[in-house]
Design a protein around this ligand. Structure first.
Ligand code: NAP
Length: 318
């Protein structure tokens, strides 16, 4: 039997799509990926999600969204979609755990993942001092010095969080101007545990089993230096998780899915919501909004499908 709608991904976009689809009586199935909640679940303090004046942790926010969708009948599977076929309708999806699904419609809410530096030592020392999640790993660096790479919101927000544990947080940025929002810049500049290392890039992460230093290069002077640290947290942006859809859906050169203003991909019945297509706003609240929009479009698509059949909808989309 075909599912009405399968939602791939469990960040704010996927969970909001599940809530709206469930409240529209579509009995949605959400396949969450191996780690529930996406990027927001790795964030310690969420201060700009409306409705939480005192802030809320990412994992709590995710759990509340899940509970709300479940209350209206959304179903959840912890699994990773490994293959899709959008060339024939109903669509088919296969997962790492060996499940096969058929779906009349799909919402892609696969989000984005942290970019890596791509320097020697990074892969080998990941989980041994190299981290992409201060919320998960900050505690291990109690009483130690760490570096944070990047100059955006994530670098400053997570750098500030790390000051709770580390004796010193060195924020290494490739320019001398931050991209982060002013409120975070102000807090970081006022925090005595934060030290900015400007105009510098990491050339090498060194360690013997665990990280013990970074080799830095000043991009203005060419000077090289060593920064002794026990941990390095990389926050240099994200890339969309869309490899799975290559060859079937249109995307730009960075991998962001192409959608119209109603979040339709070029395949009728396949929609995208959140950071899999949004390369501009990248905010939890925006992703949640896109999830809502995609679920409303699914509802309309399924009604049209019932009345007109898929071939007519395909012809209409040309
Ligand atoms: P981002 O805004 O893209 O910033 C990435 C940072 O990494 C930039 O400072 C960039 O430098 C630097 N960078 C990129 N590639 C690099 C490389 N190869 N080597 C060294 N540095 C490199 O990414 P983000 O901070 O993860 O934020 C992503 C989105 O989420 C943004 O829209 C942000 O506003 C949002 N966000 C919001 C909040 C919040 O509202 N509290 C929190 C976290 C994230 P340049 O500046 O020189 O380009």
């Amino acid at each position: 039997m075909s599912e009405n709608v399968i939602i791939i991904g469990s960040g704010p976009a996927g969970l909001t799509a599940a809530l709206y689809a469930a409240r529209a009586n579509l009995n949605p199935l959400l396949v969450s990926g191996n780690e529930f909640g996406g990027q927001i679940a790795l964030t310690n303090e969420v201060e700009n999600y409306p409705g939480f004046p005192d802030g809320i942790t990412g994992p709590e926010l995710t759990e509340l969204m899940k509970q709300q969708a479940e209350k209206f009948g959304a179903r959840f599977e912890t699994d990773h979609v490994s293959k899709v076929n959008f060339q024939a309708h109903p669509f088919t999806l296969e997962t790492e755990n060996g499940a096969h699904y058929e779906a009349k419609s799909v919402i892609i809410a696969t989000g984005a993942s942290p970019r890596r530096l791509g320097v020697p030592g990074e892969m080998e020392l990941t989980g041994r001092g190299v981290s992409y999640c201060a919320t998960c790993d900050g505690f291990f660096f109690r009483g130690k010095e760490v570096a944070v790479i990047g100059g955006g919101d994530s670098a400053l927000q997570e750098g500030l969080f790390l000051t709770r544990f580390a004796t010193q947080v060195h924020i290494v940025h490739r320019r001398d101007e931050l991209r982060a929002q002013p409120i975070l810049q102000e807090r970081a500049r006022e925090n005595s545990k934060i030290n900015f290392v400007w105009n510098s890039v990491v050339e090498d992460i060194r360690g013997n089993g665990t990280v013990n230093a970074l080799d830095l290069k000043n991009v203005r002077t060419g000077n090289k230096s060593e920064l002794p640290v026990s941990g390095v947290f990389v926050y240099i942006g994200h890339y969309p998780n869309t490899d799975l859809f290559k060859g079937q859906l249109d995307m730009n050169e960075e991998g962001y899915l192409s959608v119209d203003e109603r979040l339709h991909t070029k395949i009728p019945g396949v929609f995208a919501a959140g950071e899999a297509h949004d390369h501009i706003f990248k905010q939890a609240i925006v992703s949640a909004g896109f999830g809502c929009m995609a679920a409303m479009e699914v509802e309309k698509f399924l009604a049209d499908l019932e009345h007109q059949g898929y071939a007519a909808l395909q012809n209409g989309s040309r």
